[in-house]
Design a protein around this ligand. Structure first.
Ligand SMILES: C[S@@+](CC[C@H](N)C(=O)[O-])C[C@H]1O[C@@H](n2cnc3c(N)ncnc32)[C@H](O)[C@@H]1O
Length: 309
């Protein structure tokens, strides 16, 4: 399989242009996927440059181990990017020149029945990036009350009919456990108009995926730690696809590009906070029309970049 068949990288040139400031530096690609970003990073760095890349998905790890088998400048680790501190400790890497995340899921994960991320295929309602750790989505959903399900759908899926959907799910699970994606599709189709069904299912699956993988906390932990691990002048580049993720990045960059975060009514600063970042993207960068035409999945991408001071 070619890289573009596994996943067509989004905002590729822009992201890597922001990332690389020194061809001899060490870089981190936290979301390896089909290795599109990593491939371009390796093209741009010198023979002395290095790349550490992580993913949680076995298919991505196997695909990239094969793809980069003759490349000795990359270290591929099956790990959560939120563990960047421990990953670097184990590898004996003190500081790097830049880190990039391209969040969400790859086309392979959406399009492959065995990955279980899509409502289009009849598989276990699992949704974990790493199927060897934690609990699958069906275990959570079977144990939850309508109120909890509705919260997940409302917050992570921005679903207007969250409670209505949650109630039919709870009515079902009171009698019988859900295991397969098609069971959930049948339940939801009973309370959703036909022409809205695909959009509703996408939101429900996305919401549970974010919940099961603890995606927002992964991002928060990563940002808090990576800032200490990047040399002065190095960069953080994040491409996100969900408004809550973008808000986390925006707020983190805003907070760390100010000297003090005391309330405005305070006469004197008591927090002593020092500015640690310079924002490189005053406004978000989004793919242009031509990229969206070639790759409709790029539609919701938002890029933000910052430099460590
Ligand atoms: C949009 S794809 C990345 C595509 C990649 N930039 C490329 O060019 O092919 C996102 C990838 O991030 C991985 N991922 C998501 N959350 C992760 C996490 N917390 N730690 C490691 N990998 C993660 C997913 O398994 C998926 O392969």
């Amino acid at each position: 399989m070619q890289t573009n068949e596994f996943h067509k990288p989004v905002l590729l040139e822009t992201a890597i242009e922001f990332l690389i400031t020194d061809p001899n530096g060490i870089y981190f690609d936290g979301t390896l996927g089909g290795g599109g970003y990593s491939e371009l990073i390796l093209k741009k760095i010198s023979r002395e440059g290095r790349l550490i890349a992580t993913d949680l998905d076995d298919a991505a790890i196997n695909f990239c181990n094969e793809k980069f088998k003759d490349e000795n400048r990359i270290i591929i680790v099956k790990e959560n990017f939120r563990n960047i501190r421990t990953i670097f400790k184990k590898l004996n890497v003190p500081k790097i020149k830049g880190a990039v995340l391209d969040l969400g899921i790859s086309s392979y994960q959406i399009d492959s029945p065995s990955e279980g991320f899509s409502y289009r295929f009849e598989t276990d309602f699992d949704l974990r990036f790493d199927k060897t750790k934690g609990n699958p989505a069906y275990e959570f959903i079977n144990q939850m009350e309508a109120k909890e399900i509705a919260e997940i759908l409302r917050i992570y899926g921005e679903e207007r009919f969250a409670f209505k959907i949650a109630r039919v799910i709870e009515n079902y699970t009171k009698k019988k456990s859900i295991r397969k994606t098609n069971e959930l599709v049948d339940i939801i189709s009973k309370v959703t108009p036909r022409h809205k069904l695909n959009d509703t299912l996408s939101r429900v699956f996305q919401a549970f995926r974010i919940y099961v993988n603890d995606e927002l906390n992964n991002l928060k932990t990563f940002l808090n730690d990576v800032i200490d691990l990047i040399e002065s002048g190095g960069r953080i580049v994040i491409v996100s696809y969900h408004s809550l993720e973008d808000r986390i990045v925006k707020e983190f960059f805003n907070l760390n590009s100010q000297n003090c975060s005391c309330p405005p009514e305070f006469e004197k600063c008591i927090c002593g906070k020092k500015m640690r970042l310079k924002k490189l993207t005053k406004k978000i960068i989004t793919p242009d029309e031509s990229e969206i035409k070639l790759n409709p999945r790029a539609r919701s991408a938002k890029l933000r970049a910052a430099e460590v001071l």
